[in-house]
Design a protein around this ligand. Structure first.
Ligand SMILES: Cc1cc2nc3c(=O)[nH]c(=O)nc-3n(C[C@H](O)[C@H](O)[C@H](O)COP(=O)(O)OP(=O)(O)OC[C@H]3O[C@@H](n4cnc5c(N)ncnc54)[C@H](O)[C@@H]3O)c2cc1C
Length: 419
């Protein structure tokens, strides 16, 4: 059994930010355990040309320590393309390039164990024991960075779940066959993932679908609000403000700022609108090829012969359509990981969630001896920036300060105009 100052489970952006920022702290010894053997950032959604929705300066480290060697700018510099990057003048960085940046950080850190699945965490005699498919570790500081899980609404029979090639979540889109010729494809959900997949399908040049349905229960397709003052919620001041608000105020804030996190980027919406225009008026394709079904709540999915039947409810009526492929773009949420089975009963919680302290540690029975920190699982206590990359470097810095017991990273609360 190996003893370490910290163990972090998961090497996505949250775990890698922790790894990058901890690498410059003298004497701090930790490990990051990642189940995948080949790194890819949301590989199932690496649609060519999909863009990042944040500035590249909000990378894994810069907002906390602009001198850290794992910045995006240093990645460009080391890979000898800083001049060209500036000249190319991208509005936003391509997601494939961001994935490559993360991969570069991962391979440059010397404490990431890839191809290592964490199976179980247990508490024994003042220690947390972490069992992987390879070996056992022991630590007093565990950081959970295993991300969110895709949500698929419970609208269909369980037996349909095995139909993996024609009914799946957006998180698997790029792994599936893209031969849609002669088929009807239905995209469910009008967030960023649904919009990107719909756009990809309309613009498919070969093996394109015969018909594409974009189905959403909302009353329109809404744009993500990233206007300057709304963007202040991705500022440390808001995280503090949110944390100190009452439960009632928190609910109100999450609802007020919903469109800062949930909606489609302006660029994607314009591209979709233009593609629909071209399809309808320039290429003069059949009017029914792309079909927007707004205000349609999916109630039931079942199979009739080889096709799926989608039963939907509008304000006025119940409708049925058939489809060969159904893609669920219905969001992500935090699910308690199965590796916590043995200790989750020791975590204090309210009705729906674990109680999280201001340093992102879980409030639990043995917190005086061992800390369990949670990244990307604290929207209910730390606000809308938690699942977003904007404040992930600050969150990692707060966790590192808490692990070592002093403020190695200082001045983490930048001024905000609003909060
Ligand atoms: C398609 C997509 C695009 C996004 N784009 C943006 C954007 O532009 N800007 C923005 O701010 N946010 C964006 N987000 C939201 C968010 O920033 C990302 O989801 C981000 O990847 C979250 O990072 P994470 O490290 O917390 O989780 P993840 O990226 O999900 O990483 C979790 C890691 O844990 C590993 N893991 C899980 N279980 C185990 C286990 N038992 N043992 C070992 N390893 C395990 C997984 O393999 C994975 O590598 C996007 C989300 C999606 C889905």
């Amino acid at each position: 059994m190996k003893d370490l100052d910290f163990i972090c489970i998961g090497a996505g952006p949250s775990g890698l930010s922790l790894g990058a920022l901890s690498s410059t702290v003298p004497g701090l010894k930790g490990k990051i355990l990642e189940r995948k053997s080949n790194f890819e950032w949301h590989g199932g959604m690496l649609i060519p040309d999909a863009k990042m929705q944040i500035s590249y300066l909000k990378d894994l480290v810069t907002l906390v320590d602009a001198t850290n060697p794992f910045s995006f700018v240093n990645y460009l510099s080391v890979n000898n393309r800083l001049y060209q990057f500036i000249t190319a003048n991208f509005g936003s960085v391509n997601r494939e390039e961001y994935s490559d940046y993360l991969s570069w950080v991962l391979s440059s850190l010397d404490n990431v164990e890839q191809d290592t699945l964490v199976r179980e965490v247990d508490y024994k005699n003042g220690w947390l024991e972490i069992e992987t498919d390879k070996e056992k570790y022991r630590t007093n500081n565990l950081v959970l960075s295993t991300g969110l899980s895709p949500v698929i609404p419970e609208v269909f029979d369980d037996q349909l779940k095995v139909d993996k090639n024609s009914l799946f979540s957006s998180s698997e889109y790029m792994y599936k066959s893209h031969d849609f010729s002669g088929k009807t494809v239905s995209v469910i959900g009008s967030g960023q993932s649904g919009a990107e997949i719909f756009l990809d399908l309309i613009n498919q040049k070969t093996n394109a679908p015969e018909k594409i349905n974009w189905i959403t229960e909302s009353d329109n397709i809404f744009q993500l609000d990233d206007s300057p003052f709304v963007n202040e919620i991705f500022n440390p001041g808001f995280a503090e403000y949110f944390y100190n608000s009452s439960e009632e105020e928190k609910k109100q804030l999450l609802s007020t700022y919903n469109f800062a996190n949930n909606g489609v980027s302006e660029q994607t919406l314009v591209e979709i609108y233009q593609s629909l225009y071209k399809e309808r008026y320039i290429k003069k394709e059949a009017k029914t090829r792309s079909n927007l079904l707004i205000g349609h709540t999916l109630k039931k999915v079942y199979k009739d012969n080889k096709q799926y039947v989608l039963e939907m409810r509008t304000k006025e009526e119940t409708k049925k359509i058939t489809s060969d492929v159904v893609i669920f773009c219905t969001g992500y949420k935090y699910k308690t990981p199965s590796y916590l089975e043995k200790i989750k009963c020791l975590f204090n919680r309210d009705e729906d969630n674990f109680l999280i302290n201001s340093d992102y540690s879980v409030n639990w029975k043995h917190q005086d001896e061992c800390s369990v920190y949670i990244q990307n699982g604290a929207i209910h206590t730390h606000g809308l920036s938690d699942p977003n990359l904007s404040l992930s470097s600050r969150r990692s810095a707060i966790i590192i300060n808490s692990i070592i017991g002093y403020d190695f990273y200082k001045d983490l609360n930048a001024h905000s105009f609003i909060f």
